[in-house]
Write a protein that binds this ligand. Structure first.
Ligand SMILES: C[S@@+](CC[C@H](N)C(=O)[O-])C[C@H]1O[C@@H](n2cnc3c(N)ncnc32)[C@H](O)[C@@H]1O
Length: 276
């Protein structure tokens, strides 16, 4: 099986050819069916067509998951409920319904501005799955706000509303940078690749660190700009992406060529903490 690469093509054709029980962590950020401008994919299907397609790729990803794997899916308001029902039907267990809060979204005229996306976090086996709590802890309010002596000095686990604040990740949002730290990846960001729906590495970093170990295989069936693959490579994981667009695939390959695994990431314990 090819790994550490991105395969160009339709994930519905490519995933069935991969061996079952081979993936430790899958992250999927599919088109949301809201009319986004991709170069090849047409993001405005009938509701029925979109949901039928969704069901088919979800089943394919499910088939690839190892018994202790985790599966994260990002989705917008329009189809969040429908996706949740379909994920439950696959026999997976919901660990968190994460809300990723951002700003710099589209400005609305006749309704409130949207400032979030949903990320469903599922596991195949709720009694045995990788959850590296120590790799994603953040400072707690007891530490930062209340000067409470009872505070755990190593912080706390992040809440399930993800506001990626500078104090949660100094590497991305150092105090000396004029970073728009609540934002999606904007045109001004160094990490921006030009893909219309690029996710911030900070979101994927938390997922990859928490739910996989060095050497694990991370799958992204909708690779886009390659954020998942870039983070997986940097953190010493094996990775496999699928992307429909030839142009995006070429850009992903370029992005990946520039990335080196962080030696410290590779040195994390090989066996993660198991969570319930
Ligand atoms: C929302 S974007 C993913 C963005 C990605 N998470 C990132 O951070 O860059 C969805 C991507 O799925 C791709 N796509 C659409 N249909 C696909 C299919 N059937 N198989 C593989 N990729 C597909 C689109 O070309 C688009 O690049």
């Amino acid at each position: 099986m090819t790994v550490d690469d991105v395969l160009r093509g339709d994930c519905l054709s490519i995933l069935p050819a991969l061996p079952e029980n081979s993936v430790d962590l899958a992250f999927a950020d599919p088109p949301f069916n809201i009319g986004y401008e991709y170069d090849v994919y047409e993001d405005r299907k009938s509701r029925e067509t979109y949901l039928d397609w969704t069901e088919r790729w979800l089943k394919q990803v499910r088939r690839l998951l190892k018994p202790h794997a985790s599966f994260y899916v990002a989705i917008g308001d329009e189809y969040a409920a429908e996706l949740k029902v379909r994920l439950d039907a696959l026999g997976l267990t919901l660990r968190n319904w994460i809300v990723w809060h951002y700003t710099f979204g589209v400005s609305c005229k006749q309704k409130f501005n949207r400032s979030h996306a949903h990320i469903f976090y599922y596991v195949a086996d709720p009694s045995n799955y990788t959850f590296n709590a120590g790799a994603v802890r953040v400072p707690s309010a007891r530490q930062t706000t209340y000067a409470d002596r009872r505070a755990n000095p190593s912080g706390k686990l992040p809440d399930d509303t993800w506001v990626l604040r500078p104090q949660e990740d100094g590497r991305f949002f150092g105090p000396g940078e004029d970073t728009w730290y609540f934002s999606r990846v904007c045109g001004t960001f160094k990490e921006r690749t030009g893909h219309p729906c690029q996710m911030p590495e900070a979101v994927l970093e938390r997922i990859v660190r928490a739910s996989s170990n060095p050497g694990d295989l991370v799958l992204d069936p909708f690779a886009g700009s390659g954020t998942t693959l870039a983070v997986a490579k940097r953190l010493g994981r094996r990775f496999l992406g699928v992307e429909l667009s030839a142009d995006y695939t070429e850009h992903i390959r370029e992005r990946l060529r520039a990335i080196r695994a962080e030696p410290s990431a590779v040195l994390l314990p090989a066996v993660g903490e198991r969570g319930v």
